[in-house]
Design a protein around this ligand. Structure first.
Ligand code: ADP
Ligand code: ADP
Length: 226
């Protein structure tokens, strides 16, 4: 059964721009789906609709068993990692990671345990008391991922998370994302315009062009055509 199901999803912005049209995608539990395509093809819009950050103008979005078209972002049980990291500069790494759990008023003890386990997984244990500005780009990216996975969401959404890193770090973080996703088995939707990323990360790759889905297939089928 699909964990995230987009049925005929469309988005027309108030100025009349049709960014996404008739998008059908079934993302299986534990699957790593990459949404790829050139700049302006609607990838970010599609992801933001799944996250609840952009209103859906047509179609039906199901997460788990629930239709969530009208469910606000904070009640959707998805976690998003942004290109810009969007960390809170005045909070420590620990508090950045804990933020979503504190909002949900989890017991302090549980928050501490979960934050420390995630920090361990991401190699951030020694940095828990530092501020984001004192971290490298790769470390900031790990904090952003930690903040998302600590919530144990039903779906993990990433919008070009590696685009602000240099080439070497990008390769390293790509491997880490891959390992992390497989370890956690979390359903993931990952947006990129980079075909190498799509090919190395995705169980399946969905190709968008001008807001319309062109094809969905495992990477070896998409990129090894004669
Ligand atoms: P991508 O992520 O693939 O670069 P986007 O989803 O950002 O594509 O954009 C898809 C299309 O929607 C583009 O034509 C873009 O200019 C347009 N668009 C994005 N955001 C808005 C907005 N807030 N208002 C109007 N048009 C928008
Ligand atoms: P990306 O390439 O990562 O999709 P962009 O630089 O295209 O990002 O867009 C950055 C922001 O500007 C987004 O919030 C997007 O919704 C908005 N945006 C993009 N295109 C338009 C547009 N034509 N009109 C209004 N807002 C837009």
């Amino acid at each position: 059964m699909a964990q995230v199901r987009l049925s005929g999803i469309g988005k027309t912005y108030p100025d009349g721009t049709s960014a996404v049209a008739g998008l059908d995608l079934d993302i299986a539990e534990g699957e790593f789906l990459v949404l790829v395509g050139p700049s302006g093809c609607g990838k970010t819009t599609a992801l933001r609709m799944v996250a609840g950050l952009e209103e859906i103008t047509s179609g039906t979005l199901t997460i788990g068993e629930r239709v969530v078209n009208r469910t606000p972002a904070r009640d959707r049980d998805v976690a998003m990692v942004f290109q810009s990291y969007a960390l809170y500069p005045h909070l420590s790494v620990r508090d950045n990671i804990a933020f979503g759990l504190q909002l949900r008023k989890l017991p302090k003890r549980e928050i501490k345990q979960r934050v420390e386990a995630v920090a361990e997984t991401l190699g951030l244990t020694e940095h828990l008391d530092r501020r984001p500005r004192n971290l490298s780009g790769g470390q900031r990216q790990r904090v952003a991922m930690g903040r998302a996975i600590v919530r144990q969401p039903q779906a993990f959404l990433m919008d070009e998370p590696l685009s602000n890193l240099d080439a070497k770090l990008r390769v390293q973080m790509r491997a880490e994302i891959s390992r992390l996703q497989r370890d956690l088995g979390v359903t993931t939707v990952y947006v990129t315009h980079d075909q190498v990323e799509a090919m190395t990360l995705g169980d399946r790759v969905a190709v968008l062009k001008k807001g319309v889905l062109q094809q969905v297939a495992p990477p070896q089928e998409l990129y090894n055509r004669p």
